[in-house]
Design a binder for this molecule. Structure first.
Ligand SMILES: *Cc1c(COP(=O)(O)O)cnc(C)c1O
Length: 440
């Protein structure tokens, strides 16, 4: 029984993330043997549609032949070299191409290996910019209610999700939270844009009062992912941009989850017609292959560090900064965007998911069916305790990987589903819903 062996060994030796390990006494682990496009296959041969892109990282399927080929080529050239004092083609090319995707507005790229580190870098860069600019008192941050920006200690300070934050409260210097523009908060007859304006009015009051101490506002553009796929109107970003300009506060766009086409445009902030001062990217950047993150910043920020004095420099570093293999995977991802017109194809995929969901969920006990590009979500009424765990197990039975957040079920598949498989994904999700509601 090789599978049992592997599961037992895993539970004995591996501390799994985001998991109460004792729950695995009831809920078995899944041992994944291989990936193939949108499919994950376990060691017993069971196949699951990867409905959440392996924690939102995978863009073009597992074992994608084009990304594989790029990595195989890179393996024969250079796997890694330190980036202090050295450079290499993949990191330069990636920086140039990412900057070009911001219309050249963000001219410099600083690398790390995971999303939380990108958040830390953006916060430190912002505060250090104000210090170098003679305003050291600007060292506080604002985030939105329900925000998620990662779980290292600095990133947790701008994360407003109690279950991740409360145990570590004594370690944190928490940011102030301002109202979320969550479109579900609309009063009868109120539009999502009006909710956004109400939330922006709260932001305005806060900035008016505290801007002298505030370095930056950090936001997840258009979709607050980890607090339950909270979606909001682009109007909020337009108003936030204007307010940040007026009160001289940086706007940090954390597009770790929504970048790389996930929201329907390449970057989500494009839908508001704005540009951030700092941009955090990770997750999809390497197509789900290798840990890589980056912070892009405006040249004006970069120039505030450019000096003869070492202490004015940004001395942050990680051992794997600018890893050549990860950068090469990211270049292969950008090549696919260029060659395949991915954004147009995703508009079709988003429409297929929307049509199937509208039809199949019509008479189910759900609310707030919502979608932004390749993210579709709905909230389950009277889901009962343990819904997320029950749903996950029911979904596995139906051959699909889906992990609700509380009572919010969401689909966030890789950009490879055809019409039949888009339909199949929604059908399996709905069958899992019926099964998990039937057996509370
Ligand atoms: C996942 C995520 C992070 C953290 O990224 P990690 O790689 O998990 O550290 C930060 N911000 C957002 C919006 C995310 O979705």
């Amino acid at each position: 029984m090789p599978e049992r062996d592997l599961l037992a060994r895993s539970l004995a030796a591996v501390w799994h993330p985001c998991t109460q390990m004792k729950h695995h006494e009831r809920q078995p682990l899944l041992a994944i043997a291989r990936g193939d496009g949108p499919w994950l296959e376990d060691t017993s041969g069971r196949r699951l549609i990867d409905g959440i892109s392996s924690w939102w990282t995978n863009l073009f399927g597992h074992c994608n032949p084009r990304i594989n080929a790029a990595l195989q080529d890179q393996l024969g050239r250079l796997e890694h070299a330190m980036l202090a004092g050295f450079t290499h083609e993949p990191v330069v090319a990636l920086s140039e191409r990412l900057s070009a995707l911001t219309g050249g507005s963000l001219g410099h790229a600083f690398y790390a290996s995971d999303g939380a580190s990108a958040t830390e870098i953006a916060l430190k860069m912002s505060q250090h910019y104000w210090r170098n600019s003679g305003q050291p008192e600007k060292n506080r941050f604002l985030c939105l209610e329900g925000s998620y920006h990662g779980e290292t200690v600095g990133a947790l300070a701008v994360t407003d999700v109690a279950i991740f934050r409360d145990a570590y409260a004594p370690l944190l210097r928490p940011a102030a939270t301002v109202a979320t523009p969550d479109a579900r908060r609309a009063a009868a007859g109120e539009s999502a844009a009006q909710v956004a304006r109400r939330a922006a009015a709260v932001l305005e009051q806060t900035l008016e009062r505290d801007h002298r101490q505030i370095a930056a506002l950090i936001v997840e553009p258009l979709v607050q992912g980890a607090s339950g796929m909270v979606m909001y109107d682009p109007e909020y970003l337009r108003l936030a941009r204007r307010l940040c300009d007026r009160y001289r506060v940086h706007l940090i766009a954390d597009e770790i989850a929504v970048g790389f086409g996930r929201s329907g445009s390449f970057f989500a902030f494009e839908q508001a017609g704005i540009r951030p001062d700092l941009l955090c990217l990770s997750k999809g950047i390497s197509g789900g292959y290798l840990p890589l993150s980056v912070v892009l910043c405006r040249d004006e920020i970069y120039r505030a560090f450019y000096d003869d004095t070492v202490g004015r420099a940004f001395l942050h570093s990680h051992s794997y900064t600018g890893n050549a293999l990860a950068c090469r995977a990211a270049l292969a991802v950008l090549d696919i965007f260029d060659e395949d017109d991915v954004l147009a194809a995703n508009r079709e995929r988003a429409r297929w998911m929307a049509e199937s969901a509208a039809e199949l969920l019509a008479h189910r006990p759900i609310r707030h069916l919502r979608q932004r590009g390749m993210i579709l979500a709905f909230d389950v009424d009277d889901a009962g305790s343990d819904f997320a765990a029950r749903y996950f197990a029911a979904a596995v039975e139906q051959g699909v990987l889906l992990r609700p957040i509380g009572n919010t079920v969401y689909l966030m598949p890789p950009y490879v589903l055809d019409q039949a498989l888009s339909r199949e994904l929604v059908e399996r999700a709905v069958r899992a819903l019926d099964a998990s509601l039937a057996s509370p």
